[in-house]
Design a protein around this ligand. Structure first.
Ligand code: SAM
Length: 209
């Protein structure tokens, strides 16, 4: 069954033909430099969701090199909105700025250098769509600050929520705390929010307000 799921993911990935030079360049850079970015099928789904809802004001926690940010920022720009994205690592922050510049998105994207758990609390605006894709141990905290800042009918998209499949299969002991926290987080979401869990990519959680 698990193999089948992986095969299905691979089938989808092989169907996606990317032609955009900047996106291809970022995918190549991420691969060569071991930068974790959303997988192709997750990127497609993210793009589809943001585009089909015409979301304007978007928040991302975990920018990395600006790959998912470029995908969402382009849609925000088309819809007359903005993307705010938070990154803790200065090297990644600068790489993201370079990529947003190349993508002509500097007028649309506000990249904040800092810890998401701190920076999100300083934001006094609300958002239509929030993408959580940073340190897994802080997901509950990111989420609680995010849901307060989410507009009605907005969506929160949580990536890697099943953390490499470690929530349902054998995992190295050093990940015990993070696995327990993510499992408790999923229980909390089921009990308290309008939540759906999907088993593709690394596990995606969606919450609608
Ligand atoms: C999975 S990567 C993000 C990938 C990006 N969303 C994409 O798909 O193109 C996670 C990023 O979150 C950053 N990060 C980790 N902890 C953070 C925190 N507490 N606040 C902000 N960023 C954080 C890491 O430095 C890393 O660049």
């Amino acid at each position: 069954m698990l193999d089948e799921l992986q095969q299905a993911n691979e089938y989808i990935i092989n169907k996606i033909i990317e032609k955009d030079t900047l996106i291809l360049e970022m995918e190549e850079f991420a691969k060569e430099n071991n930068v974790p970015i959303v997988t192709k099928e997750v990127a497609e789904y993210l793009k589809f969701l943001v585009d089909s809802h015409n979301f304007k004001d978007i928040l991302e926690i975990g920018t990395a090199i600006g790959y998912s940010g470029t995908i969402m920022g382009r849609i925000a720009k088309k819809n007359g909105g903005k993307l705010t994205t938070i990154e803790i690592d200065e090297v990644r922050y600068n790489q993201a700025l370079d990529n947003f510049k190349k993508g002509d998105l500097l007028d649309t994207v506000n990249v904040i250098l800092g810890d998401g758990t701190v920076e999100i609390k300083k934001l006094d605006q609300t958002f239509d769509f929030i993408f959580i894709d940073a340190s897994k141990g802080h997901y509950m905290e990111f989420f609680k600050d995010s849901i307060e800042r989410l507009n009605d009918n907005g969506l929160i998209f949580i990536d890697n929520i099943m953390f490499r499949g470690y929530l349902y299969k054998e995992y190295p002991k050093r990940f015990k705390t993070i696995v327990r926290r993510l499992d408790e987080f999923i229980n909390y979401l089921y009990e308290n929010h309008n939540f759906v869990l999907m088993p593709f990519g690394d596990g995606i959680g969606l919450v609608r307000k």
